[in-house]
Design a protein around this ligand. Structure first.
Ligand code: NAD
Length: 366
């Protein structure tokens, strides 16, 4: 008999999960979303097998229920779920980027005998909605599960097996540990990116040309500030405690930077940058981290007519799909004139090798 999976919220993450899970012929996927046009698109794209007309209806026969709604909505739904009619051995999980408040809300479900295992697939995009959903979104990405300490380990294993078609790397973490680490590598950098954009915008009136210069490295550095503000509002309010700790550490760090600038000692300044360069250069580039990732290849080509079509032809001949291609106009702080983005590190490696066989331009993964 097929296993019934219900996905609530069929946006980028819920839709991508549907596409990935439907690779397993033993799964029957039912979808529920507050937007009928999303449900309709999800059904037409083969993301779900069945449309549910209400949440209760979607969950009654489900073996696994996945909440893929914004985190505050998920918490609210979990509170309501205490009163839903569900199968006795149902497993509930979510996809939220923060785990503390979710696992707090899970306590009432656990008391009612319902298994809830927190989940966070650490891949995404700054695009949202069902149209951005991709079946390969979670491939090679960490997929964190945060069970309560009382949860039966067989249920965790059951969920891990169910998630296999996503080709994500499932890891089990404590919810608090998850929130601390994601604050460091994702949530706090998001605040910094938004604040850098805020500083740029505040100085635009005095320096009208500055936004043109920001088109290159600045734009790359602050790419994450283009993500959905509703999602980031929810993440920020839910992980506020860890964010405040990160902010205090950052202010302390900026205090050191200020002292360094005041003393203007070239050796100290060199050491500061050299230490950061060494650590950053040693970070892994072959797997996805907690950030949503694009896999960029920078190519130092001369700007002559026809060069882009030559490059895209080489990639097309090798059947390598690219997600973005752009010319960088301000290059004081970036390598190369052309930046091509790929869906995976593997596609980027294949592209690099195909292009280096065909052309004599230097290329870098930065
Ligand atoms: P999204 O905006 O693309 O999709 C959310 C979907 O939920 C939409 O289709 C919306 O209509 C639906 N929805 C909202 N409120 C609802 C309600 N009350 N009832 C039914 N449906 C409702 O968002 P997303 O990027 O897919 O994010 C979903 C979850 O996954 C969030 O908790 C987010 O923190 C998490 N997440 C996002 C990313 C990312 O990069 N986008 C990465 C990992 C995890």
């Amino acid at each position: 008999m097929k296993l019934n999976v219900t996905i609530i919220g069929l946006g980028l993450i819920g839709g991508s999960l549907g596409l990935a899970l439907k690779r397993d012929p033993e799964l029957q996927v039912t979808g529920y979303d507050r937007s009928f046009s999303t449900l309709d698109q999800a059904f037409r794209r083969g993301i779900i097998d069945k449309i549910a007309t209400s949440i209760e209806n979607a969950c009654e026969q489900a073996d696994v229920i996945i909440f893929a709604t914004p985190v505050n909505t998920t918490v609210m739904m979990m509170q309501q779920a205490v009163g839903w009619t569900v199968k006795e051995d149902v497993i509930m999980t979510d996809t939220g980027s923060t785990k503390g408040p979710i696992m707090e809300a899970a306590k009432a479900l656990l008391e009612r005998g319902i298994t809830f295992i927190g989940g966070h697939p650490m891949a995404g995009s700054h695009k949202s909605g069902v149209t951005a959903a991709k079946g390969h979104l979670f491939e090679n990405a960490y997929y964190v599960l945060t069970p309560d300490s009382r949860t039966d380990s067989n249920k965790v294993e059951c969920l891990r097996q169910l998630l296999e078609p996503t080709k994500g790397k499932v890891v089990v973490l404590d919810a608090e540990e998850h929130d601390r680490m994601t604050a460091i590598v994702s949530h706090f950098p998001h605040l910094v990116a938004s604040s850098l954009v805020g500083r740029l915008s505040a100085q635009q009136q005095e320096q009208p040309f500055v936004n043109k210069l920001a088109a290159g490295g600045f734009r790359d550095l602050t790419r994450i500030a283009s993500a959905d503000p509703i999602m980031w509002r929810d993440i920020t309010t839910q992980n506020r405690g860890e964010l405040l700790k990160q902010l205090d550490g950052w202010l302390e760090e900026m205090g050191h930077v200020r002292d360094m600038l005041t003393s203007n000692d070239p050796t100290e300044i060199y050491d500061y940058f050299a230490k950061a360069k060494k650590y950053r250069d040693d970070l892994p580039i072959t797997s996805q981290g907690a950030f949503y990732t694009t896999f960029d290849l920078h190519i130092d080509i001369p700007d002559h007519p026809g060069i882009i079509s030559e490059i895209t032809k080489i990639l097309a001949d090798e059947r390598i799909s690219l997600t973005n291609i752009r010319i960088v106009e301000t290059r004081t702080d970036v390598f190369g004139i052309l930046v091509i983005s790929f869906q995976s590190a593997e596609d980027r490696e294949r592209a690099k090798s195909a292009l280096s066989k065909a052309m004599d331009y230097s290329m870098q993964i930065v």
